[in-house]
Design a protein around this ligand. Structure first.
Ligand code: PLP
Length: 365
């Protein structure tokens, strides 16, 4: 048996590293391929090259808190991007932190919350944990927020209405005109919380941000995030747009301060417009490929406006999930009462190709 120099070196490296590393390397060689994770509505194209470079440059400063000046610089850049004033911007460790802070304000100030069903639950879960009464109003037959029914659910005790537009998990969206008319019909003591985490992926006519409403008569908070289009979900940066008095109360209700890497990455990402539009174009192209295949397979789906698609698998979701998992694809959880529907996140182009192959096989199994 002849052993070359490279084999000898790697064998001695293994011996030096000890048994734990040799076992890890051995099992890595034999382990099955990693599953494709399409269940968390992440965007695998990000962070942008500019955001990555900003993080790399800042690693050594992980021992520092971000300065007030650079947080202000980020708020000013967000304000320019949104066409508003920095006094209207509140940053958070993900928009999720701000949803929780809003729930905290509702709990402190008293009153109940109305939300659609199904919808994103971070605000309502947190509110319920604080003892806030929560009323869920089923989405309509088109799986869109049922605004007349939500209006009918208002009571004198209602403190806030949560509108997720586009909605997670259904992916459906309401035109800005409908949201505007709804908010204008609310009593002035009811805060409208409009979560636009996925608005950057919307393409339907008149589906756009209602951030301009924050300057109107009615109290409105609009939430945006760097987790979706910017592909920075793991870095935790989001923001709210609202009038200065509420912005101040929201700032005080936050639980933590932003981390320096997220602040710098977000600042850099905002200016990386060509990367962001390339990302968006790839995700929209994949979204169209998925809906075309769903039509070919005669599977119903809700018109998608986010970076995910909600569709009827035609079988109990547990069975579909198991079939997809056996083919190496992890899909979203069950969203009652849509027990045969699945939410699939739009991954990279190869991941979408693998998903479509697994979908065809699972539906025809
Ligand atoms: N809002 C919606 C509708 C979401 O789906 C999510 C996360 O998936 C969030 C907010 C929270 O995002 P962030 O990562 O900014 O906390």
């Amino acid at each position: 048996m002849s052993v070359n120099r490279r084999e000898l070196l790697s064998a001695s490296a293994l011996l030096l590293a000890g048994p734990a590393l040799s076992l890890r390397l051995a099992s890595a060689r034999t382990a099955p391929a990693e599953p494709i994770v399409l269940c968390w509505n992440e965007n695998p194209y990000g962070p942008s090259p500019a955001a990555r470079a900003a993080v790399a440059r800042s690693i050594a400063e992980g021992c520092r808190y971000p300065s007030d000046a650079e947080i202000l610089d980020l708020e000013q850049a967000i304000a320019r991007h949104e066409g508003t004033d920095p006094a209207h911007i509140v940053t958070g460790s993900g928009s999720g932190e701000l949803l929780c802070a809003l729930a905290l304000l509702c709990a402190r100030e008293g009153g109940s919350v109305i939300a659609a069903e199904p919808t994103y639950l971070e605000l309502t879960d947190y509110a319920q944990g604080l003892g806030v009464a929560t009323r869920f109003v089923p989405v309509d037959a088109g799986l869109r927020h049922d605004l007349p029914a939500m209006h009918a659910a208002l009571t004198p005790a209602t403190r806030a209405v949560y509108l997720c537009n586009p909605n997670n998990p259904t992916g459906t969206a309401l035109p800005a005109g409908e949201i505007r008319a709804f908010i204008e019909s609310l009593p002035l003591q009811v805060l409208a919380i409009v979560d636009e985490a996925y608005m950057d992926f919307a393409t339907e006519a008149d589906v756009r941000s209602v951030a301009d409403l924050i300057d109107g008569e009615h109290p409105v908070v609009v939430l945006r995030t760097f987790s979706k289009l910017h592909g920075m979900a793991g870095m935790r940066m989001g923001y709210a747009l609202t009038r200065p008095p509420l912005a101040q109360r929201l700032k005080q209700a936050r639980m933590t301060t932003p981390n320096i890497l997220a602040v710098r990455a977000a600042r850099a990402s905002l200016d990386d417009r060509s990367f962001l539009s390339g990302t968006r174009a790839k995700i929209l192209a994949s979204r169209a490929r998925i809906t075309a295949e769903l039509e070919r397979l005669k599977l119903r789906y809700a018109p998608p406006q986010g970076n995910f698609v909600f569709f009827d698998t035609g079988m109990p979701l547990a069975l579909f999930t198991q079939r997809m998992k056996a083919r190496g694809v992890l899909v979203g959880r069950r969203f009652p009462p849509y027990d045969s529907w699945c939410r699939i996140t739009i991954g990279t182009e190869p991941e979408v190709k693998a998903f479509l192959a697994a979908l065809r096989a699972s539906v025809n199994a």
